[in-house]
Design a protein around this ligand. Structure first.
Ligand SMILES: [Zn+2]
Length: 260
């Protein structure tokens, strides 16, 4: 199995997996970049996995289905380009011979789902694979457009509980701006400093910073660390009345919304 990041729009990645001439793509906001990649590599598109309804994740679905006849899978409760095989937490979907478990991760949107394969031999190593849409980013998390802070915290907790070597395929290249915020939250986190230097070097040569891993994110992502003393101490300077787990998380997310 191979994975490829297909850049789309200004900072989206459409992730493509392929094996033996067959491919799947996740959240194809743009059909053209997918069709070009399929043609270049002589691949047949078998399936599309959708995480949520936003147009930059679904805009290419109708054209790709029309051209390739592929099957489209997506969340049970969101408005999507029909027909869609509907999925919710605990269900599984098999594509390219790999089994993906669906995890409900409401927060960014009300019905957002993630796809997790616990072991996928790809690009030379075998480990878990997570397609998490706009829920978890490297160094950050999605904005709360439809869900509550409590929902997002529970969703991120579910992802954080996956094995630490799980490769995390986020759909936006937001890493450097997220890490700038993370550093404001945790200025003394040496793992974060080292990771930021690593990602800056990648971006300087226009390489992408993804996939990340659950283990890496647990060390540097403030939204997975909202219970840590260092993060809480910083949050209290912004929101002195925060006291519950959800209040700390909500204050952290609000702080990021206005961080320059
Ligand atoms: Zn989105």
């Amino acid at each position: 199995m191979n994975w490829t990041a297909l850049p789309a729009f200004s900072d989206n990645y459409i992730w493509m997996l392929d094996v033996q001439g067959l491919a799947l793509v996740v959240d194809p906001g743009d059909a053209e970049v997918v069709l070009a990649a399929l043609a270049e590599r002589q691949l047949t598109l078998q399936a599309i996995l959708l995480t949520h309804h936003h147009a930059d994740h679904t805009g290419g679905v109708a054209a790709l289905r029309q051209v390739t006849g592929c099957t489209v899978y997506g969340p049970a409760f969101e408005v999507l380009p029909e027909p869609v095989q509907r999925l919710s937490g605990g269900q599984c979907v098999t594509a390219l011979g790999a089994e993906f478990e669906v995890i409900d991760v409401p927060g960014h949107t009300a019905g957002h789902i993630a796809y997790y394969c616990k072991s996928l031999p790809a690009n030379g190593s075998a480990a878990g694979v997570l397609f998490c849409g706009d829920t978890l980013f490297s160094g950050g998390c999605g904005r709360l457009f439809e869900g509550t802070p409590a929902q997002m915290l529970a969703s991120l907790d579910a992802l954080a509980a996956l094995p630490s070597d799980t490769r995390v395929f986020c759909t936006h290249e937001y890493t450097l701006s997220n890490l700038r915020f993370a550093r404001a939250v945790e200025p003394d986190n040496t793992d974060l400093q080292a990771y930021e230097a690593h990602c800056q070097a990648l971006r300087a040569r226009l390489a992408n910073t993804l996939p990340s891993s659950i283990g890496q994110e647990l060390k540097i992502n403030p939204f997975l660390r909202s219970r840590s003393p260092a993060v809480r101490q910083s949050v209290l300077q912004i929101k002195p009345q925060a006291s519950s787990e959800v209040e700390y998380f909500a204050a952290l997310r609000e702080w990021k919304n206005t961080f320059q």
